[in-house]
Design a protein around this ligand. Structure first.
Ligand code: BTN
Length: 246
């Protein structure tokens, strides 16, 4: 796919610059990132997506917001891949804090603002014949330059930002992500715990296991620990949860 401008993001160390490929439109920034392979650390950013993807094979509404994917080669990645989604959630919340916004993490890949979804995260592995060569961290943030479709407006929200503010937030998310993947797993999980909108609440869980219970903590791998009704303690590592259990 052609039609990008090459930009450069200076990271928080003030020395390292990451290449950013800025498109007006793409099918999906994650798809483009995967087509490029994971030879170098880089960012794909697009103003819109025609086939934005969410978790569990869902579509992701992709008009007017921030759509970006960070490519992380496996070589040199210190953080466990299991914690990449949590690290991205931390990065988004820290970037939002800088803009005066209190994002909350809905395990494992949603960021909520005032109880509604502002941002979704989709981490995917990049594989070749040689196995996994890297990871793509896709992040989509709803920005309110256009109205959300009716079917989304009850569950999703958007922030209002100028074009300049939007670009700054996108760059800040990338900077924060590159910082966060260097943090210790303990610090990442402590931040996720502090910013969780799930812990201490009853949830319904779907996936490999189904049920209802109290979310009580995060496992060292970023799984959600639930004391299920009936007494079993379940560690969720995939699937999804609902905050409306009944
Ligand atoms: C979800 O809500 O289930 C995850 C949504 C992830 C959306 C982002 S937008 C940028 C990147 N490209 C995609 O196609 N998806 C991710």
């Amino acid at each position: 796919m052609e039609g990008f401008e090459r930009e450069s993001i200076l990271l928080s160390d003030g020395k390292t610059a990451l290449s950013l490929y800025h498109y007006i439109t793409l099918d999906s920034t994650n798809a483009e990132a995967k087509r490029r392979g994971a030879a170098e650390c880089a960012v794909i950013l697009s103003d819109g997506q025609t086939a934005g993807r969410g978790r569990l094979g869902r579509d992701f509404y992709s008009e007017g917001g921030i759509y970006l994917s960070v490519i992380l080669p496996a070589k040199g990645l210190l953080l466990s891949p299991m914690l990449l989604t949590s690290a991205a959630a931390v990065a988004v919340c820290r970037a939002l804090e800088g803009a005066g916004l209190d994002g909350r993490i809905k395990w494992v890949n949603d960021i909520l603002l005032d109880g509604r979804k502002l941002c979704g995260i989709l981490a995917e592995a990049v594989s070749t014949g040689d196995g996994i060569t890297g990871y793509v961290i896709g992040i989509g943030v709803n920005i309110g330059s256009t109205e959300l479709p009716k079917e989304l407006s009850d569950i999703a929200t958007a922030v209002f930002l100028s074009e300049e503010g939007k670009r700054e937030l996108a760059y800040e998310i990338v900077r924060r992500l590159m910082e966060t993947i260097e943090m210790s797993p303990e610090d990442i999980l402590a931040y996720c715990t502090a910013k969780s909108t799930v812990l201490g609440r009853r949830v319904r869980f779907f996936g490999a296991k189904n049920g209802v219970g109290l979310a009580v903590g995060l496992s060292p791998e970023g799984g959600l620990i639930v004391e299920a009704d009936g007494g079993e303690t379940v560690i969720l590592t995939g699937g999804e949860i609902s905050l409306r259990p009944e």
